[in-house]
Design a protein around this ligand. Sequence first.
Ligand SMILES: *[C@@H]1O[C@H](CO)[C@@H](O)[C@H](O)[C@H]1NC(C)=O
Length: 195
Amino acid sequence: MVVYVDKNFSPACLLVLLLFVVSSYAKFSTMVTTDEIRTLCTKAGVKSSLCFEVLKATPEIAKLDFSGLAKYLINYHAQNISDTLKQFKLSGGYIPDIDSEYRLCKELYKDALDKCPYALKYLAAKDYYNFKFMVAQTMGDMNNCIYDELSTMKPVPQFFITKTNDIQEIGYFIIVFVDCFILNEPIDCGNSRDL
Ligand SMILES: *[C@@H]1O[C@H](CO)[C@@H](O)[C@H](O)[C@H]1NC(C)=O
């Protein structure tokens, strides 16, 4: 059997091979590594313990690329917001009274929860500006819940303050994650809390 090899075949073949290698390398390199998670979780302003807890190595996280992880984090964020909203409703009583306990926080949590599907939509569209804007809104809602309601209550509901603060922190490192690993904006990469 004679295999005819054209002179022009070789470079073309090499090119195909090269493209294959480059694309598989690119694919491989976009998976989030434990080093990258450590980088994120030890950035200035990021609450490390919480970040490591949320991103603790699981087979699920190991399979994610950057946008997959951003999506995972938004779903996690939404779940936390929804769980805590339920707890507010339970401890605030069942009477749908306008002056019921945690009225403001319940509204703010509802608002924050409503932002999550939009965040996912913007993420899918690679519209990171609006994605970050949506996440920043959830952080603002958490902040207002603490300062305008929880911290004015007597006694101060420490449980809810801690939860709300943690949810705000999760929002913050979602933004840092996008800045550092998707947008590669070293200036905004966790060095400042100004959004
Ligand atoms: C967020 O949800 C996870 C998983 O359900 C839970 O372990 C964690 O305590 C929650 N965090 C907050 C701040 O609610």
